[in-house]
Design a protein around this ligand. Sequence first.
Ligand code: PEP
Length: 256
Amino acid sequence: MRTPMIAGNWKMYKDVNEAVELVNSIKRAIFNVDNVEIIVVPPFTDLSEAGEMLIETNVKLGAQNCFWETEGAFTGEISAPMLKSVGCKYVVIGHSERRKYFGETNEMLNKKLHVVIKYGLIPIFCVGETLEEREHGKTWEVVETQIIEGMKNILDNDLNIIIAYEPVWAIGTGKTATPEQAQEVHKMIRDLLAKLYSVDFSERIQILYGGSVNPANIESLMKEPDIDGGLIGGASLKSESFVDMVKKTSWLYAKK
Ligand code: PEP
């Protein structure tokens, strides 16, 4: 059985004081949860402080982005080794907001994935279609291309990677994909990974759903066989709702 994962993407919210408060509150509330992988993904400016606070806890640290070079004259960018040095274990790559507002292409994301993996960080690789693409029946074509081009030449069967299926139309809109809609794409992603890598690989990889996940819908999503967790934006910004989602996931898996 794959371990469920709940990851909170804080986007561009929380200064360092607010981050300290949120991390403290989360840490205290879920210190005894041992059957869920819990990740917080704060903005860069909070990582160092959060990293210190999370040492030897059951909450792991992730970053929201990283550049594909390791150092150099790239003003404003942050490298994979830098993220490692402040305690990051995970990096979100290819969030739809980065694709949309910062022009990140599949080719750029492929370079990012290569460097993240090379430095021993675990990518949370985001894929997903826009509303227009879904309405034109192109959901799978888009997601398949994002995976094939994004993961090009990453052929390691031992690879540690997390895929997050995040339909763009569901992110921050309050419009969640139904569990059936999400499961359908998750299953197709798993079948594609079986083809590209191996069945063992595809069975091991955690595939998260993202798009307006909240305490009211988490259980119905998590009951689907190919949904292994959530990448959660808005509902991860308050300790109560984030902790609630972690606990609900924990109870659900404890019963399995
Ligand atoms: C996200 O930031 O990846 C996300 C899914 O946001 P929200 O949960 O707010 O839709």
